[in-house]
Design a protein around this ligand. Sequence first.
Ligand code: CA
Length: 248
Amino acid sequence: MPQGRRADIVRVLIVEDDPSLGEALSEGLRLQGFGPVWVRTGLDGLAAAPDADVVLLDLGLPDLDGLEVCRRIRAVSDVSVIMLSARGDELDRVLGLEAGADDYLVKPFSSRELVARLHGLERRRDRAELAGQSQPPAALTSSASVTGNPSTEVRLGTLTLDGRTRTVAIAGRPVELTHKEFDLLAALLADPGAVCRREDLMSEVWDSHWFGSTKTLNVHVASLRAKLGDPGWIETVRGVGFRAAAAP
Ligand code: CA
């Protein structure tokens, strides 16, 4: 398998009070070669999180709200967190991501889907490590120097954005975006791989007198990720903003 994988996920902490789901997750992950540890309360989850590579965190727990658990984990640790919830609406997704979750799975989900997300996290951690070594992302090419309002074509991996026709495609397949979603993606791709601060994105895409909630930005990032088909295209840089990255 891949050479030099540094970000293998092995220790998976499951924080889930539903016994049948907790058991099924433990069993499924063990069969896939992971080392699951299952606890049933938020407090037990907080105690065990520092030893985990990734935390699968149920939103509805008996003692603490899952979002609160996520925030407390985030305050002390960079461990990856995947929120598990029966509530799938967009507000919940945004709240989960605002609380510092890396990803989100809506119940019911298959173990195949879960394992795919875990591997997705591994890839993103690999890329983050590469970025930390200040090497340029491997799949990054830009056909022109562009400003925040590109008039030319920008490529990032299989993603193409054409500023003249305001069209976006992935591997040649068109992606339908709203006006704001396109502007947001264009702003992120103005300097692919660079971190864009929230404030800058909001003033660039909305207007310079924007004093509203950052929820608007989060909602647009969430819908953009959904339309691009992989959350990995837009990485959250905790406490700062976002960065465009070549998704697999
Ligand atoms: Ca629950």
